[in-house]
Design a protein around this ligand. Structure first.
Ligand SMILES: C[S@@+](CC[C@H](N)C(=O)[O-])C[C@H]1O[C@@H](n2cnc3c(N)ncnc32)[C@H](O)[C@@H]1O
Length: 385
């Protein structure tokens, strides 16, 4: 595939995860669903991509997320965060905080706006990332570190804002094939020492979802795509715990009719290794990210069935402009080119339709919030569910 060559240590790390995956497949009788493969490849304790020591974020890593582009993302998002805290309770839980950059920038910006939350909790699966987040916030906002704490699990009840940037796309997905003879789950076996795709008849909840999707979307035959039962369950779990407040989720993806478009016949699964994107999840497990786009219709369905209300859905571009991206940029004079140019370049990446502006969406689901949310006050036609 022409990807950069990993070091010997990285290859050994990947081989250890490969052994664990093979043992898991053997123990399961020779086959596991792709959701299990993805879960272990990303989150197996100390061995997975997120739970192990891979660099992951930023220019030196495998991919760049919005908070890694510079503080302008958090500074703009802060307008919506401040409004939601005001309408609910001054508490934030950030889920999947990555390098900790969004937390550090958001806390500093909320302080600048005089809208600091009483507490900023982080719910992060990876122990390695928890340590990195602590270090990053301690280095960049040491006086605010006492407001930050890490959660082991979802709280029983929570009032305030639950924030997650690029977390839904990192949740394990099932692979489903719609064939003329029925629905098959695509999973992973081992053949002559290598991982191999093997299909089995789909059953249970996955079969149910697949049939519902076929009725709604009319897939052509031999159509492969993902179904994220994990993301659905995660939203429902939050819905059961949220009192007055909102989930604000930012990610790349589409509404259902676009996600399961007849022409998208091999799904959206993507892997990222040192800024190269490809579609081979068996390549060096543990060294590369594995992601799937988000079916936002499924997220809304799951939240609303569990009693939440859809508060807003928009492209990232429209959301950030509504939140005052222009005003945040204008804080730095254009004549100060050394500071202004990197900010303008980051802003452009965040909103450009050719980059993150349209593929990325922002969705708010909540309870007990009746005011219109400022990030969604004026919309665009490309973001309808
Ligand atoms: C693609 S990274 C995004 C990191 C960060 N939010 C950013 O924008 O740079 C995905 C993050 O979500 C975390 N994660 C995935 N599923 C999670 C879950 N169910 N609960 C908590 N963290 C999760 C991963 O460990 C990782 O930190």
């Amino acid at each position: 595939m022409g990807l950069p060559t990993p070091s010997a240590a990285a290859l050994a790390f990947s081989a250890a995860l490969g052994d664990l995956l093979v043992r898991e497949i053997d123990a399961a009788g020779g086959w596991i669903g792709f959701d299990r493969f993805m879960d272990l490849a990303l989150y197996a304790p100390a061995k997975g991509y997120y739970s192990g020591g891979a660099h992951k974020f930023g220019a030196q890593g495998d991919f760049v997320t919005a908070p890694e582009l510079g503080p302008i993302f958090a500074q703009t998002l802060a307008a919506q965060v401040a409004q939601l805290l005001e309408l609910s309770s001054p508490q934030i839980i950030e889920v999947g905080a990555g390098s900790g950059q969004l937390a550090a920038d958001l806390l500093r910006e909320l302080e600048w706006r005089g809208r600091l939350p009483d507490s900023y909790a982080i719910l992060e699966l990876s122990g390695e990332l928890q340590a990195r987040q602590h270090q990053a916030i301690g280095a960049q906002a040491p006086h605010l570190l006492s407001r930050v704490h890490w959660l082991e699990r979802l709280p029983e009840r929570f009032d305030g804002l639950v924030l997650a940037n690029e977390v839904l796309d990192a949740m394990p997905v099932h692979l489903l094939v719609w064939t003329p003879t029925g629905l098959a789950e695509r999973g992973v076996a081992v053949d002559h020492g290598r991982f191999a795709w093997v299909d089995r008849p789909a059953s249970g909840r996955l079969l149910e979802q697949g049939l519902a999707l076929a009725a709604a979307c009319e897939m052509p035959s031999d159509y492969l795509s993902e179904v994220s039962l994990t993301a659905r369950a995660w939203v429902a779990e939050w819905a059961a715990r949220l009192g007055r407040g909102a989930l604000l989720l930012i990610d790349y993806g589409f509404p259902r009719r676009e996600y399961y478009h007849p022409q998208r016949s091999s799904g959206t699964l993507m892997c990222h290794y040192r800024h190269h994107a490809h579609a081979e999840p068996f390549y060096l497990p543990g060294l590369q990210d594995i992601t799937a786009h988000v079916d936002f219709t499924a997220i809304v369905e799951s939240g609303c069935q569990a009693g939440l209300e859809l508060l807003g859905y928009s492209t990232q571009s429209s959301f950030l402009f509504n939140c005052g991206l222009g005003e945040v940029l204008a804080r730095t004079p254009a004549s100060d080119a050394r500071r202004y140019l990197p900010l303008a370049s980051a802003a452009n990446k965040l909103v450009s339709p050719a980059e993150m502006g349209e593929l990325f969406k922002v969705i708010a689901l909540g309870r007990g919030i009746s005011e219109p949310l400022l990030g969604f006050v004026s919309g665009d036609r490309s973001a309808t569910l």
